[in-house]
Design a protein around this ligand. Structure first.
Ligand SMILES: Nc1nc2c(ncn2[C@@H]2O[C@H](COP(=O)(O)OP(=O)(O)OP(=O)(O)O)[C@@H](O)[C@H]2O)c(=O)[nH]1
Ligand SMILES: [Mg+2]
Length: 511
């Protein structure tokens, strides 16, 4: 028997935003690989390098590439790379990257050292028990210091070789290419040492990396096999979605008959969008697939009651271009909730903002429609105009975040805030005729103004309200008496004031 066989290692490139993950990958694809590689995880299988089309120069999807590397000994091997985003909103994608990878590359810039998402990526790598290599990038930059980067790793309890640990750290530049082949050799070595293998006789299993809706092709999903092989003709299910293995593309967009562990492939023709990060399961035919999904549906538990929220609720409809980015936008939107305002996603989905989305947004309270790297069709635009619905679309996640934060601020209902401007301690009562009371006291804080309303406080509680009708200090009528001064005053109040009470003046402002 031939089993197990060496597997195409799946390498996830992870790390903080702008630390050079995508640039490193495009260097590898352009200069190191023998075969021309391409992106499969997005909608553009044409040969466009990601940094040329990344909105705002940041990665916002997971992308999978297959490359061929020739070792110094001349052995050629395939490697699958997953490029993950570094922006904080995409933690779900990073987690999945670490989870499906056989080896992770933790990218740390020699300029910046460890940053928040470096640590978050490291946590995901450790949680999934993935072996990893550190790549210290941008060493060509004048401000770069490999030593400083290694030290900052050590300060965060990641000890690389030479700094009390065993983790390999490869300094490199994706601009000059220095060190890149060392990294590839280290990947090959780690793959051999880790014994990354698969069983070709097994029915394939793995995960959904990304899902997309294409106007021409329909629903497609990028899947990665973690073990086994798959042939055309079978059925694939994930969650409650399924697809025949009829149109399956490899990394070049070419149709393939069989695919093996470690290969990222695009399966086209799903009945609806599979959830990103879910495992897929293979069935021999449609009947079995339907039965499998049916069994899963009955397992589904009922969700608990939502917690009551007293503040304002802003209904929103969210559309994104792909499953991973939709997930990121949904969690971003949720994270912006405050004590006084919450968004409520009444509908979300993938694809162009269309008539049906606007219908949902127009029903009941008008919802805000947010699109992320999607278009708005003309019918939807017309309905929005007619019904006064606001549609906003964004290509860059942080722009969406900034805008929504501002929007929520302006939509937050103002509340009345009371600020105490003066406190008087009542020392003596001179007279009380009906509700007019003449008393003497000491201003303990702030100042008291004639004509002000006062709260009458007994110990810690407010027992009533009143109004200052006259104010005197040393028998002279005053408009205002300030802290530390004694004064006499005429207060109109229904409550009988007694010595020891405190009178507080206040202003009400809206916040
Ligand atoms: N000089 C120099 N610049 C680099 C190097 N690697 C990346 N850069 C630059 O750093 C910036 C960010 O690089 P990216 O590769 O997009 O960073 P990233 O880690 O993929 O960023 P996200 O995907 O948004 O998390 C770009 O302007 C690159 O040109 C390098 O080795 N040397
Ligand atoms: Mg990137």
């Amino acid at each position: 028997m031939l089993t197990p066989q060496p597997k195409i290692p799946v390498i996830a490139i992870m790390g903080h935003i702008d630390h050079g993950k995508s640039t490193l990958l495009s260097y590898i694809r352009n200069n190191v690989t023998m075969a021309k590689s391409s992106v499969v995880a997005d909608d553009h299988p044409d040969q466009v390098l990601p940094e040329l089309k990344e909105a705002g120069g940041i990665t916002q999807h997971i992308s999978a590439y297959e490359v061929e590397h020739k070792s110094p000994e001349g052995a050629v091997r395939k490697i699958t790379f997953l490029d993950t985003p570094g922006h904080e909103a995409f933690s779900g994608i990073r987690k999945r990257g670490a989870h499906v990878a056989d080896i992770a590359i933790l990218v740390v810039s020699a300029e910046d050292g460890v940053k928040p998402q470096t640590l978050e990526a490291l946590r995901s790598i450790k949680e999934s028990n993935t072996p990893f290599i550190v790549a210290i990038t941008k060493i060509d930059k004048p401000e770069a210091s490999v030593e400083r980067a290694k030290l900052s790793l050590a300060e965060n309890e990641l000890y690389v070789e030479g700094y009390g640990g065993t983790i390999s750290a490869i300094p490199l530049s994706a601009k000059t290419g220095e060190g890149v082949s060392d990294l590839l050799d280290m990947i090959a070595l780690t793959s051999d040492l880790e014994g990354i293998t698969y069983d070709p006789t097994q029915q394939g299993s793995g995960y959904i990396l990304e899902s997309n809706l294409d106007v021409k092709k329909g629903v497609s999903a990028t899947c990665i096999l973690t073990d086994g092989t798959l042939q055309k003709g079978l059925y694939i299910t994930s969650g409650t979605s399924m697809a025949p293995l009829r149109i399956v593309e490899d990394y070049t967009g070419k149709q393939i008959e069989t695919f093996i562990a470690g290969q990222p492939v695009k399966v086209i023709g799903w009945d609806n969008l599979p959830s990103v990060g879910d495992m897929f399961h293979v069935c021999k035919d449609k009947k079995e697939a339907i039965a499998y999904i049916g069994a899963k549906l009955t397992e589904k538990s009922v969700k608990g009651d939502e917690v009551r929220f007293e503040g304002k609720i802003l209904p929103v409809v969210i559309k994104a271009d792909a499953g991973g980015s939709l997930e990121a936008v949904l969690s971003l939107v949720k994270s912006l909730d405050t004590e006084r305002i919450h968004t409520k996603v009444i509908h979300s989905g993938i694809g162009t903002i269309s008539e049906s989305d606007l219908k949902v947004a127009s029903g009941g309270d008008k919802a805000l429609v947010i699109g992320f790297t999607t278009k708005v069709d003309s019918l939807a635009k017309a309905i929005a105009e007619r019904n006064g619905i606001e549609i906003q679309t964004f290509d860059i996640i942080y722009k969406l975040s900034e805008w929504l934060q501002k929007k929520l601020e302006t939509e937050t209902p103002s509340i009345d805030v009371e600020e105490v401007t003066g406190t008087l301690k009542v020392l003596k009562i001179f007279s009380k005729v009906k509700d007019k009371q003449i008393l003497g006291g000491l201003v303990e804080n702030g100042s008291l103004k004639n004509g002000s309303s006062v709260k009458i406080m007994r110990r810690e509680s407010e027992i009533g309200i009143g109004k200052i009708r006259e104010l005197q200090a040393q028998k002279v009528k005053m408009d205002e008496v300030s802290m530390g001064k004694e004064c006499g005053l005429l207060v109109e109040a229904k409550i009988e004031i007694v010595p020891g009470d405190r009178l507080q003046t206040f202003v009400i402002s809206q916040k």
